[in-house]
Design a protein around this ligand. Structure first.
Ligand SMILES: *[C@@H]1O[C@H](CO)[C@@H](O)[C@H](O)[C@H]1NC(C)=O
Ligand SMILES: *[C@@H]1O[C@H](CO)[C@@H](O)[C@H](O)[C@H]1NC(C)=O
Ligand SMILES: [Zn+2]
Length: 747
């Protein structure tokens, strides 16, 4: 379907999988930059002077960056104009009697390519503008555009046009064969195939009755998901404890809790909400196992009203898959992923689970020994069990007692300016690029003035003839009304226009990094360094896309279960001693970070990593189990409590004790269209990321040759070819899990 490209938000999804960011969430370590920067009147430049003085004229961008001079009125009038123009366009397209590549496909491609920047600008501003009126207008524009987009995606007359062309092309080797078709014809074929498939997946190849049924099902699924996350977001539940019961929790955290007097006992009680900053410290530091048990289960059992929404959605999804000709919802959903079907996913998950088990058992032995020692010290009975509510506590205790990484101190070596410059330098070396900050006031245009950096990116394969790649923006620190996480927003894809000219892409990193304070510059914590590297990985993916059709370039073009792999791979650099050392520069003294500090940090990377991975596998397997039912009765008869708890005990090896809970009522991922039958994707992508890193970079992380191969095979091809074929070509063999298992400590 002719779909508007909306901003691709990849908020470090890898993050939730990352052992380290969770383990280290208390302590943040900033990174350091090595970089040499020029100071001029405009302030610090990112411009890396590393490279000899080059001919500045060679670096004049052939394409201006977009302008950001929007008013609230213009945002809405532009959105309406785009919708009107689009309506006219589609009406003209469906009126064509004999649709062909020339009169239908190419105009459709051009129309989509040409409109994406304007649309993305309008919808992006809600996340970043300083002006509330602009944010509100952008939100309103987004709603208009999204609704319009849904309408278009369900236009039967458009489907009929694509269907005619698809049937003409599908057996035509001039178009559909990668080996014999020209790249342009092949892209045209893939475009038609993709649009056609999207329509078919929306049910447009079915009778009107069935189409209406699908529309109804999708509407109900969307409402359920909305309500599910609304319930989750608005829940105000808490669990209350006395001061004594909370022994071990720090004074700072205790101060966060509201208190009240229990009417029956007259005791003072502390309200622990289920928001992360409240509940996590309790699970991590409360010494009393019974407190942890109560807190853990209360948190897991929150939002009970979500259960019926969840079950109803499972049934609707099963119905949807069935109407569309799939035996299960999972197979419907996986059809367009790299994994392709549920057997592949199940095999992947079960194999990992079996392989990780021995390693996780060893990890548990260590944790149990700590538990035993502590029981002796505290004069508590030791029962030789390790329960689910013990895990965060002993994991945290182990990290603190054994490693004691001082993340604040580490951050002092990583002031934002020099660190980011150093990180760009690494990207420059590995992928043979060059970043040049735009400091000319007449040429720079951003949505928030100097809060945002604008950089031109160049490819340096021929150093005497730099090749422009596109524009990237960095909007790194918090601001009122700004998006509060880290994400890459693709603003405009790379494409070839109707005059055969390359139109360059625009992309933006939006982060929430610690800002400067009165007495310190902005210092990056280690997890922020990793986040920057990760998000920049998505940004570069966006920039180096080499296809002619915008929708085939960038992270949004690859199957959902591979999207994170490139960025997860780049995170490896931020765990290397050499790179971390080179990035470091103490904000006061300019000194490099002491190696011992880095070693203490790096040593924690995979502490209890197998247990962490098994917990992810529990989520992934539960997700698959509930989405592979083959009739409604199975869903009715499914004992969700047993399934959730039973699987957890079996897979993650921590015991349930005498209490089961309903953690699935707050398992937000499972209600999203992208992650349902898709949670496995985190690990799936991590396995490829690790494989790529170890086979091509581990020995020599700054190897430009490997970097260029990676850039050109994995990134630049976007989604035009099978991801697995790209991987095989890059690796020189079939991808394997070996590196991933080894990274976690399995021999
Ligand atoms: C569309 O429906 C027709 C008629 O039922 C069928 O022959 C054809 O295979 C379907 N096409 C796809 C792509 O499902
Ligand atoms: C973003 O940063 C601000 C200021 O440091 C902080 O209060 C807020 O919690 C952060 N947002 C998220 C989602 O962490
Ligand atoms: Zn990501």
């Amino acid at each position: 379907m002719i779909q508007f490209l909306s901003p691709i938000i990849k908020s470090g999804i890898g993050k939730s999988f990352k052992n380290k960011s969770i383990l280290l969430s208390l302590v943040a370590i900033p990174a350091v930059a090595i970089g040499i920067y020029h100071q001029n009147n405009q302030g610090l430049r990112f411009y890396t002077a590393s490279q000899v003085k080059m001919n500045e004229a060679a670096f004049i961008a052939p394409q201006l960056s977009p302008k950001w001079d929007f008013s609230p009125e213009r945002i809405l009038s532009d959105a309406k104009k785009i919708i009107d123009t689009s309506n006219d366009f589609y009406n003209a397209m469906v009126a064509i009697e004999n649709p062909s590549i020339e009169n239908f496909v190419i105009p459709s491609i051009n129309f989509e390519n040409e409109n994406s920047l304007a649309i993305n600008q309008l919808t992006f501003l809600q996340h970043v503008s300083k002006d509330k009126l602009i944010r509100d207008a952008s939100l309103e524009a987004t709603e208009l555009i999204t609704n319009f987009d849904i309408e278009i995606s369900l236009r039967y007359d458009m489907f009929k046009q694509f269907d005619k062309i698809f049937n003409d092309l599908k057996d035509n080797k001039k178009y559909n064969d990668l080996k014999t078709a020209t790249p342009k014809d092949y892209e045209i074929f893939k475009y038609v195939e993709k649009c056609h498939k999207d329509y078919v997946r929306s049910g447009l190849n079915l009778s009107e009755e069935k189409r209406n049924e699908i529309k109804e099902i999708k509407k109900r699924i969307a409402l359920n998901s909305l309500q599910f996350s609304k319930n989750l977001g608005e829940q105000n539940e808490f669990v209350a404890f006395t001061k004594e019961e909370l022994e071990g929790v720090s004074d700072d955290v205790m101060k966060q809790f509201e208190t009240y007097t229990d009417e029956q006992t007259g005791e003072q009680k502390f309200k622990v909400t289920f928001k992360y900053p409240d509940i996590f410290p309790v699970l991590k530091t409360a010494k009393n196992p019974n407190t942890r048990k109560i807190a853990f289960n209360a948190d897991q059992n929150k939002v009970p009203e979500n259960e019926k929404l969840f079950i109803d959605t499972l049934k609707l999804r099963y119905q949807l898959g069935k109407i569309l000709g799939y035996d299960t919802y999972a197979n419907y959903n996986l059809d367009i992923k790299m994994a392709k079907n549920q057997e592949t996913v199940m095999e992947f998950l079960v194999d990992l689970k079996d392989k990780l088990k021995p390693l996780a058992e060893k990890e548990i032995e260590v944790l149990k020994a700590i538990k035993k020692t502590e029981a002796q010290e505290l004069n508590m009975a030791y029962d030789d069990h390790y329960y689910i509510w013990d895990h965060r506590y002993y994991d945290n205790k182990y990290l603190k007692d054994k490693f004691n990484v001082d993340l604040e101190k580490i951050s002092e070596y990583y002031p934002v300016e020099s660190t980011i410059q150093g990180m760009l330098k690494i990207y420059e070396t590995v992928m043979n690029l060059k970043f040049i900050e735009e400091t000319d006031k007449d040429l720079k245009s951003t949505w928030a003035g100097d809060d945002v950096k604008q950089l031109a990116v160049w490819k340096m394969d021929d150093p005497s003839k730099p090749e422009f790649v596109g524009w990237i923006y960095f909007d790194l620190h918090p601001r009122e009304g700004k998006y509060g996480h880290a994400a890459n927003f693709g603003m405009a894809p790379s494409y070839i226009d109707k005059d055969s000219k390359r139109i360059y892409p625009v992309t933006a990193l939006v982060c929430n990094f610690s800002a400067a304070t009165a007495d310190k510059p902005a210092l990056l914590k280690h997890n922020e360094i990793t986040t920057f590297f990760h998000e920049l990985g998505h940004g570069i993916h966006d920039l180096v896309g080499n296809n002619g059709i915008g929708r085939f370039n960038g992270p949004g073009a690859v199957p959902w279960d591979f999207v994170e792999a490139p960025s997860q791979m780049l995170e490896f650099w931020t765990w290397n001693k050499n790179e971390l050392l080179s990035l470091s520069k103490h904000y006061k003294t300019g000194e490099k970070i002491p190696e011992s500090l880095l070693e203490s940090l790096i040593a924690t990377k995979h502490v209890n990593g197998a247990l962490f991975a098994l917990r992810q596998l529990h989520f992934g397997l539960f997700d698959m189990k509930v989405h592979t039912t083959t009739d409604d009765n199975q869903i009715d008869n499914m004992d969700l409590v047993q399934l959730w708890n039973g699987l957890r005990e079996e897979i993650s090896l921590v015991e349930n004790g005498d209490e089961m809970n309903k953690g699935y009522d707050s398992f937000g991922h499972i209600m999203s269209d992208s992650y349902s039958a898709g949670y496995y994707g985190y690990m799936w992508a991590e396995v490829f990321a690790t494989d790529m890193y170890y086979s091509k970079f581990a020995k020599d992380p700054l190897n430009t040759k490997s970097g260029i191969e990676y850039r050109d095979i994995i990134l630049a091809r976007g989604g035009i070819r099978e991801t697995n074929d790209n991987l095989k070509e890059f690796l020189g063999r079939e991808p394997s899990k070996e590196a991933f298992l080894k990274e976690l400590g399995l021999q």
